[in-house]
Design a protein around this ligand. Structure first.
Ligand code: ATP
Length: 313
């Protein structure tokens, strides 16, 4: 801790200090030694954690030690754990985040143009920073997506193989496969959009809200610097056999009947028939309502050469 900043929630941070926080169980494991070796070549610090609670402790310790660049090494679940802890200690807008993708699903890294652990190191070395938006759902931050709808038993059916291929979308894919077994639920949305206030009321099968993730069109990286969430309401989805992620996105095309898309800075959602399952960056809970907003360009992240600040629609 920097003694001059003892009272500050986030002490002065040293941007030349990089600390990698490794979840050794992410993906199939086996990444700890290669990560240690690559980090040693660069004088990056490494902490290998043994639980989610230990990962949270490592995040607090990094900030308390004045480390400027914190790099989760794991899958989307590990990134989410690190982001939530940074928010919990008031340091979300203070540190810079790198990512070393080592999980079953690495969609956040992919959206930042980081394809592998090796490229993750190169991205940290290169130091290209962007400030990106962070979505907030009932006070909890999310970086990728907030998906609501379908009964929890369906979402729980997303198996490991599906999760590996589709990440947060596994929830949607498994649900779509059994959509005929689930009745659309009445929902009311009230939003603030760049064109003014907007509302939507009706029966919906699911609600897909993307921050760094885009659900419509070709999918992939969304515009994560525009202060807006992509809010997609799907009234129906034909059950289908999914072969590729593109098939899911085609289902959600702008022109698809029963799919409505908004870009909103604020969205208040009421599930009128009681609680529905909600996946926040892959973490499940049950909610009767959702209050969604955006913290515009809050989180400083290190991005790869393919990251597009303004991806084409
Ligand atoms: N050191 C650790 N040991 C075990 N679990 C951890 C550790 N650090 C974080 N976690 C938790 O493990 C969960 C899964 O993490 P992650 O997404 O990185 O792995 P994964 O292999 O991709 O698994 P998943 O199939 O859940 O996507 C997260 O909830 C995360 O908080």
């Amino acid at each position: 801790m920097n003694p001059t900043d003892a009272e500050s929630p986030t002490p002065a941070l040293d941007w030349s200090r990089v600390r990698v926080v490794v979840n050794p169980t992410s993906g199939g494991g086996g990444h700890v030694e290669p990560v240690r070796a690559a980090a040693a070549e660069r004088d990056y610090e490494v902490v290998v954690t043994d639980s989610a609670a230990d990962t949270r402790r490592a995040v607090r310790a990094a900030v308390a030690d004045g480390v400027g660049v914190v790099v989760p090494c794991g899958g989307d679940g590990t990134v989410n754990t690190v982001v939530r802890e940074l928010d919990a200690i008031g340091a979300l807008d203070a540190v810079t985040l790198g990512v070393l993708p080592a999980g079953t699903a690495n969609f956040f890294a992919e959206n930042l143009g980081i394809e592998s652990i090796g490229s993750g190191f190169e991205v940290v070395d290169a130091g290209r920073r962007r400030r990106i938006d962070v979505g907030v759902a009932d006070g909890t931050p999310f970086v990728m997506s907030c998906i609501a709808g379908f009964p929890a038993e369906v979402s729980g059916a997303a198996d490991a193989e599906l999760k590996g291929r589709f990440g947060t979308l596994a929830f949607l894919v498994s649900a779509a496969r059994s959509a005929d077994a689930y009745e659309p639920q009445p929902v009311a949305l009230s939003m603030e959009t760049p064109d003014g206030d907007a509302t939507w009321t009706g029966d919906a099968l699911c609600l897909l809200v993307g921050n760094s993730r885009r659900f419509t069109g070709a999918g992939g990286q969304g515009d994560v610097e525009d202060g807006l969430l992509e809010v997609v309401v799907a009234e129906s989805l034909a059950p289908f056999e999914v072969v590729r992620e593109a098939a899911v996105h085609r289902l959600l095309d702008r022109d698809t009947e029963g799919v409505t898309r908004f870009d909103a800075s604020v969205a208040d959602v009421s599930f009128l028939d009681g609680s529905v399952a909600v996946s926040l960056d892959g973490e499940l809970s049950e909610r009767e309502s959702l209050s969604l907003s955006v913290r515009h360009r809050t989180l400083s992240v290190l991005v790869g050469p393919d990251y597009d600040p303004q991806p084409p629609l």
